[in-house]
Design a protein around this ligand. Structure first.
Ligand SMILES: CC(C)(COP(=O)(O)OP(=O)(O)OC[C@H]1O[C@@H](n2cnc3c(N)ncnc32)[C@H](O)[C@@H]1OP(=O)(O)O)[C@@H](O)C(=O)NCCC(=O)NCCS
Length: 180
């Protein structure tokens, strides 16, 4: 499989169509149908025989850990493989490539909310055990239980997050749609 990283604004018509088709099949929506912030996402596509068969995207977020550490975070969503090609290791390859690419691009952390965490845990993602807060304008509030998984991309973050506990906290800015 060949990989390409393409900013949302640079996707051509065919690429948009193929990504929309994959995401509609998996999630009943395409990434651009609802939220303005998705217009600035970066897409990672896996290509076989000139067709996009596997996909993930990320958007930029700043996570504040325990009120004192600001972390450049890639928030990953819309991970999917063409249903006809699932179970062949394509999404695993894509996510390994993603981790290398994000590290090279200077991100310190990758995060996502999993549908099912077993798939990601096999690839080295780990659960965040602490609380999750959202900052909106001047107020900050605790969100309901959401599971997020993390992948530390720098040595500093690996050390910081290796022993996270229920007493730790992540806070990030509000966004439209799903907060996590
Ligand atoms: C989840 C998904 C992206 C996996 O794509 P894929 O290309 O089939 O993934 P892989 O072939 O690399 O699967 C790797 C392993 O995870 C397992 N796996 C796949 N989907 C899984 C799931 N939903 N839950 C748990 N394990 C899963 C596979 O059985 C495989 O196990 P193995 O390594 O022991 O053989 C794909 O099933 C999909 O598009 N699902 C619908 C959309 C979705 O739920 N995306 C995740 C959003 S968080």
């Amino acid at each position: 499989m060949q990989f390409k990283i393409i900013p949302a604004q640079k996707l051509d018509k065919l690429q948009r169509q193929q990504i929309a088709e994959l995401c509609f099949t998996a999630f009943d929506e395409d990434p651009w149908s609802q939220y303005a912030f998705m217009q600035t996402a970066s897409h990672l596509v896996g290509i076989l025989d000139e067709k996009i068969v596997s996909h993930a995207l990320w958007t930029d977020r700043i996570f504040i850990i325990n009120d004192n550490t600001s972390v450049k975070t890639a928030y990953v969503e819309y991970v999917t493989t063409d249903y006809r090609l699932r179970g062949k290791g394509l999404a695993s390859q894509l996510l390994r490539y993603l981790i290398d690419a994000l590290t090279t691009l200077g991100y310190e952390l990758a995060a996502l909310q999993p549908e099912d965490d077993a798939f990601y845990k096999k690839l080295g993602w780990t659960s965040w055990l602490g609380s999750l807060y959202i900052k909106q304008n001047t107020s900050t509030y605790l969100t309901d239980m959401h599971e997020i998984l993390l992948y530390s991309l720098s040595v500093k973050l690996k050390e910081l997050l290796s022993h996270n506990t229920v007493d730790d906290a992540i806070c990030t800015d509000w966004r439209e749609g799903e907060l996590w």
